[in-house]
Design a protein around this ligand. Structure first.
Ligand SMILES: Cc1cc2nc3c(=O)[nH]c(=O)nc-3n(C[C@H](O)[C@H](O)[C@H](O)COP(=O)(O)OP(=O)(O)OC[C@H]3O[C@@H](n4cnc5c(N)ncnc54)[C@H](O)[C@@H]3O)c2cc1C
Length: 693
């Protein structure tokens, strides 16, 4: 059987056009701040970011009759609109065959530890609704003839809860949600970057009252950096992940997220130690994840040194050609690096090997026109000599073609098409790739309604730190949709975003302006480029997938020094258009210190290797082996069981970071709802726990 999919179908799934935004509303009000007439915009709720998560919250709020506006650095920028993989994955309860068990799904979602049990259940039980509503909006998820959704197995997923529209699932999600936002007439401010969260004191606690934004459309002679004041009662941070944090990264360019922005506003972050690293093409070219069929086609992986010599580097790690080929295949659904998979000749030895080649200054390639070369002294590659799980999968998929490119074309023609659109023909030339940073599992600490510790501030999508140490592939997109809906329900129930606020927030705005003016200084010796280079190099070299206690501690000291220097000297920027970037780079320097401080705290308290990070230690209990012998330099500490029950919380104080742990919230699986008893809580809105707000 061969898949013969007409070109126009491939085109529609790989080349996704975005809708045209409606003309932007203009401000009819200004306020004079530090000698500048600053335009004022008012909305009950401001959503920061127009990725899949932010758009979801906006649409859900508007449908409930609330007053909502979207403020976005780049309408169709960000990870949802610009990232993907061979089959970009959505993780939902399995609707095919026997159906699914939400409690079992919740257990699977939190299996890596350091995740709130109630949140895992929220994501599991909310997944069916999120999927159905996206389908209602037009998301083309593939179905069986009788209506079940087609499924496959992905990372950290033993059951097969993954589904996909193809390489661009999240872009298609953005498209259908954006179309709905436009239909609903939600005000959308594009090229508008939130640079300061504004709060006002109300009794003992402070509450969100607005945000300072740098908005391209508001730049003028008197206001060259385009400062605008947004007044709101509620702010939803949906600004995505800190993609610029690492040099070696598969995030699209210009993803800053909101970790630094949030820390400056006194918002607590959690699980900052947890990031995903895995193979992909870097953002210097076309950033794309290389899981799934790219590796399940079993291409030959090789490296090239500075003199142009080719190296069959995996042959130094795996004992037989079969072992090598089977582990390349397994990267398809064991995509993120995981320290324990370096043991017993597992699939993360592939990541380690690639990482070492890169450190040695070699370029690494994937060649779809060659089967893996023979491990010296062993038999050549054959489809008849693969581990059982591998040959079974390829057999079921009908992928018995002789060459990797034909197996790939058979299993997933979209994956070839995709690169072709970016002028890379993987059917003809080898594809350069590396191990990169892809996803931040931690982020803003929220409860089961998406509330942060600051009243009026919610966080969703990758901005929120709802994932634990590991997450099944596709759980990020699911979480963004489920919590996008949850925050909208909660905000709507609170009544806080019904109307645009009339408040005068000049005092908070002036303070925010003053802080920005202190930061942006034309005479500073620190430039955007210098901060960027320093932060990214430090994070990739000392806090990536492989690190050790000493390098993390050193990196933390260096990060502290950089932030001290930024506080003293500020940052210079060349053009008005660069001002927002300059602020974002200072916030990224803060976020970087926070990540390092959390990592240092974790390691100092005996933290071991978990998630996508190996903590190397001469006295570590685990030693990866390779064909060429033990890899002593990568001996690593084991994870400690007690750390799975807690999360590391970080908050920025005046004298540095306050770091502590808290226990995971629990979920009683035996508790059952009872309709007549529990209905009043729903009818009266008690389920929203509004007193806490
Ligand atoms: C290569 C790759 C492959 C992936 N594959 C999968 C997958 O298969 N399954 C899965 O579940 N997840 C996957 N992920 C992760 C997933 O795509 C992201 O976690 C998710 O798309 C994040 O959505 P979001 O809406 O939270 O943020 P984003 O989509 O990143 O959107 C953030 C938005 O915020 C805006 N913004 C940022 N800062 C500001 C600011 N200060 N002011 C105003 N606006 C701002 C941006 O312009 C953007 O509009 C992948 C990620 C990558 C990089």
């Amino acid at each position: 059987m061969t898949i013969d999919v007409p070109q126009h179908i491939l085109d529609a799934l790989t080349d996704v056009d975005m809708p045209r935004l409606s003309p932007e509303a203009v401000s009819s009000e200004t306020v004079r701040l530090a000698g500048t007439d600053v335009p004022v915009y008012r909305a009950g709720c401001v959503i920061v970011g127009s990725g899949a998560a932010g758009l979801r919250a906006a649409v859900e709020l508007k449908r409930r009759g609330d007053d909502v506006a979207i403020v976005s650095q780049s309408a169709w920028g960000g990870t949802s609109a610009c990232s993907g993989s061979d089959k970009q994955t959505l993780h939902t309860a399995n609707t095919a065959d026997q159906g699914d068990n939400y409690k079992a799904m919740a257990r699977a979602i939190r299996a890596g530890g350091a995740m709130d049990e109630d949140t895992a259940y929220v994501e599991a039980v909310g997944s069916s609704r999120m999927m159905a509503s996206l389908q209602f909006l037009g998301l083309p998820l593939p179905q069986e003839p009788l209506g079940g959704t087609l499924r496959y197995q992905t990372d950290h997923d033993e059951v097969g809860r993954a589904t996909s529209c193809g390489p661009r699932t999240s872009r298609l999600m953005v498209k259908v949600l954006a179309e709905e936002a436009i239909r609903l007439g939600i005000p959308f401010y594009n090229h508008a970057t939130v640079v300061k969260i504004l709060k006002e004191e109300r009794g003992p606690e402070s509450r969100i009252c607005g945000a300072l934004v740098m908005k391209a459309g508001d730049r003028c002679e008197n206001n060259p950096i385009g400062l605008a004041l947004f007044v709101c009662n509620v702010l939803v941070l949906a600004a995505g992940g800190p993609g610029e944090l690492y040099r070696d990264s598969v995030y699209p360019n210009g993803c800053f997220g909101s970790l630094g922005l949030a820390l400056e506003a006194g918002i607590e972050l959690v699980n900052l130690t947890e990031s995903q690293f895995g193979i992909g093409t870097r953002r210097e070219g076309f950033p794309w994840n290389l899981s799934g069929t790219y590796v399940q086609a079993i291409p030959h992986l090789f490296s090239v040194d500075a003199d142009g010599n080719e190296h069959h580097f995996l042959a130094e790690y795996y004992r037989t050609t079969q072992e090598l080929a089977s582990n390349v295949f397994r990267k398809g659904y064991q995509w993120p690096f995981h320290s324990t998979r370096m043991l017993d000749f597992g699939s993360s030895l592939v990541d380690l090997a690639i990482y070492r080649e890169s450190i040695a200054g070699r370029q690494v390639f994937m060649d779809f026109n060659r089967n893996p070369l023979t491990v010296p002294g062993d038999l050549p590659f054959s489809l008849e000599r693969l581990d059982r799980d591998v040959s079974q999968y390829l057999g079921n998929a009908g992928a018995r073609q002789e060459m990797p490119i034909d197996r790939l074309r058979h299993m997933n023609p979209l994956s070839i098409e995709l690169y072709r659109r970016y002028k890379i023909n993987i059917a003809e030339q080898p594809l350069e790739f590396a191990v990169n940073n892809q996803h931040m599992n931690g982020g803003i600490m929220v409860d089961t309604w998406g509330r942060s510790n600051v009243a009026g501030c919610y966080a969703i999508g990758e901005a929120a730190g709802t994932h634990g140490v590991t997450r099944p592939g596709g759980a990020a997109l699911n979480a963004g949709q489920v919590f996008g809906t949850r925050v909208a329900e909660h905000i709507s129930a609170s009544g806080k975003a019904r109307m645009p606020p009339e408040a005068d927030i000049r005092i908070a705005a002036e303070q925010g302006m003053a802080e920005i003016s202190t930061l942006l200084r034309s005479d500073s010796e620190l430039s955007v480029k210098a901060i960027r280079t320093e932060v990214q190099a430090r994070m990739s070299d000392k806090a990536g997938l492989i690190c050790d206690p000493r390098s993390v501690a050193e990196a933390l000291q260096e990060a502290r020094l950089l932030n001290k220097s930024i506080s003293t000297h500020g940052i210079a920027y060349d053009r008005a258009a660069e001002a927002a970037r300059a602020v974002q780079w200072c916030q990224m320097a803060i976020a970087s210190e926070a990540v390092l401080a959390a990592l240092d705290f974790f390691i100092a308290n005996g933290g071991g290797s978990r998630g996508a990070r190996a903590i190397c230690d001469r006295n570590g209990e685990s030693l990866p082996l390779s064909k060429s012998g033990p890899l002593e330099a990568f001996r690593f500490r084991k994870e400690r069981d007690e750390h799975r029950q807690e999360q590391i919380v970080v908050r920025m104080g005046t004298g540095g970071f306050d770091i502590h742990t808290r226990q995971n919230r629990t979920f009683d699986e035996s508790a059952r709802s009872f309709f007549e008893r529990d209905w009043p809580a729903w009818l009266t809105g008690r389920i929203y726990d509004l007193e806490k707000s």
